[in-house]
Write a new protein. Structure first.
Length: 156
């Protein structure tokens, strides 16, 4: 039975590394006549609180400001990197825990493959922070292609 890929999820944090994953997603989309779903997650863990208790206040911009900024960034990102595909990409910005949001989106949108970048950190940083990509690999209901910084470029 041939492999059918119609929907590709490519989470992005707008970094150069996630742009590498977008390049792979574009190649898969072209090869399989698939649609790219590009997802950005505003990490709710980044909302730090100045004090604990009923009068605590977040340090930094309000979630609504982060949301509108991320949506504008996503539009520019899509206009620059996701044009010229057979199917118009679907873009979405959500707030939450990155791994959970990626896995949930993949399930709800019946995604066929997730193409995601990883920083490839090891040692203490990995032990303390964990890896969103590693968690997605363990929890996703579909195949996951991991794009590392050291990957080669496509040659056409």
């Amino acid at each position: 039975m041939p492999i059918k890929i119609a929907k590709i999820l490519c989470p992005t944090d707008f970094s150069d590394l996630s742009l590498q994953a977008v390049r792979y997603a574009r190649e898969f989309a072209t090869t399989f006549d698939a649609q790219i779903h590009c997802l950005h997650i505003i990490d709710e863990a980044n909302q730090y609180w100045s004090t604990m208790g009923p009068e605590s206040a977040p340090i930094g911009p309000a979630v609504e400001d982060l949301q509108s900024h991320a949506e504008a960034h996503m539009k520019n990102f899509a206009d620059e990197h996701l044009v010229g595909l057979k199917f118009a990409p679907i873009t979405k910005v959500v707030s939450g825990r990155p791994c959970e949001e990626i896995v949930q989106y993949a399930l709800e949108s019946t995604i066929d493959i997730v193409i995601i970048a990883t920083h490839g950190r090891g040692g203490l940083v990995h032990a303390l922070l964990g890896s969103t990509t590693e968690k997605v690999v363990r929890k996703a209901n579909c195949p996951v292609l991991i794009v590392r910084k050291q990957e080669h470029d496509f040659v056409t």
